[in-house]
Design a protein around this ligand. Structure first.
Ligand SMILES: Cc1cc2nc3c(=O)[nH]c(=O)nc-3n(C[C@H](O)[C@H](O)[C@H](O)COP(=O)(O)OP(=O)(O)OC[C@H]3O[C@@H](n4cnc5c(N)ncnc54)[C@H](O)[C@@H]3O)c2cc1C
Length: 305
């Protein structure tokens, strides 16, 4: 047995999310057993507060190929929950493991906790229009996006374990994607532009404000995907970046639910829009009803002083 009591088994190919899931286990008084592919990833998480780290050894370089073996391990260990980082690879693994276990699974939770033996998860449905709460019984699988839980600290022992791999899928090549934009998920302040801008050159108005605030520049999906004025990494929302800055300031962003999904965890939301009925004002802590072409340069000048 890896755990003295039923615990949370954790996997994420992104160490930051694994750290947060360990924090989630601690928060809920559960032991955590972290699975990694190989020793290097295990060492990177050794100080993250887990109870045990199992470095998987085997014939495959793809974690998905160990799904069946992981499912068997979870059953043998009487695990309570398999919590997986919601990355493309993590979602793939989670679905396969849940399939082998034939158990309950919830993807991309917005919040999670325990009520006795049951896991209670909240997640968004229908493009963020509805929030749904679900209770899971028995060994279950969930995927957890970044930025949901505080990390923990503490040393864990590492156990190396040989597992059988299903080699029907083999890795041919891994090539890095060259990202043009910033990583908004780590930004402390974000200035966000929407479709109110008349032309690409007007982005300078937002850049000037962002510079004086020390903020990163983000946008709505339409700016990135339709007008191609900013790289796709810059757009915020349910299908873009989910951000958690201390300050988010929007200009000419109507605040459709798919966009607001990405800023729900912002500390302070400030919105500038000509339409006083724009939904962004419902999400905002402070709002300015006005023309961004007038308001923003004034704000920039005021902040310079
Ligand atoms: C499945 C799905 C997923 C989606 N995912 C995302 C997502 O992840 N992120 C995202 O952003 N969108 C997403 N969308 C698109 C989303 O529904 C909206 O269409 C989009 O967010 C609107 O962008 P916007 O606010 O820039 O534009 P608009 O909705 O056109 O809003 C422009 C705003 O500017 C204001 N305005 C106009 N002129 C001025 C001025 N001079 N000064 C100040 N204000 C002015 C207007 O009053 C208006 O409120 C998704 C849609 C679907 C269907």
């Amino acid at each position: 047995m890896f755990c003295k009591v039923a615990g949370i088994f954790v996997y994420s190919d992104q160490a930051d999310i694994a750290r947060e899931i360990i924090g989630f286990a601690r928060l809920n008084g559960r032991q955590s057993v972290v699975l990694t592919l190989g020793e290097k990833d295990a060492q990177a998480l050794q100080n993250a507060g887990a109870d045990k780290i199992i470095a998987i050894k085997g014939e495959s370089e793809m974690i998905e190929n160990y799904a069946q073996a992981i499912a068997v391990m979870l059953k043998d260990e009487s695990a309570e929950l398999f919590a997986v980082g919601a990355t493309p690879r993590g979602r793939d693994l989670a679905a396969r493991v849940a399939g082998y276990l034939d158990c309950a699974m919830v993807s991309d939770i917005a919040a999670a906790g325990f009520e006795g033996d049951q896991i209670v998860c909240t997640r968004m449905m229908y493009g963020g229009a509805v929030q749904q709460t679900e209770k899971l019984s028995g060994l279950s699988v969930i995927t957890i996006p970044p930025g949901k839980f505080a990390t923990a600290q503490g040393e864990a022992s590492i156990l190396s374990l040989e597992l059988p791999a299903d080699n029907r899928v083999s890795l041919m090549e891994t090539a890095p994607i060259v990202k043009e934009g910033v990583d908004l998920s780590k930004a402390e302040k974000v200035v966000c532009v929407g479709m109110a801008l008349d032309k690409a050159e007007d982005l300078q108005i937002a850049r000037d404000l962002a510079d004086v605030m020390g903020a990163e520049l983000g946008c709505t999906r339409s700016i990135a995907e339709e007008r191609h004025w900013l790289p796709v990494e810059s757009y915020i929302g349910i299908s873009g970046a989910v951000i958690k800055p201390k300050l988010y300031l929007s200009m000419g962003v109507s605040g459709q639910i798919q966009h607001v999904y990405g800023i729900r965890d912002a500390g302070l939301i400030v919105a500038i829009d000509t339409n006083e009925k724009a939904p962004i004002f419902k999400a905002a802590d402070y709002g300015i009803v006005g023309d961004l072409y007038q308001v923003v340069p004034m704000l920039t000048e005021a902040l310079k002083k």
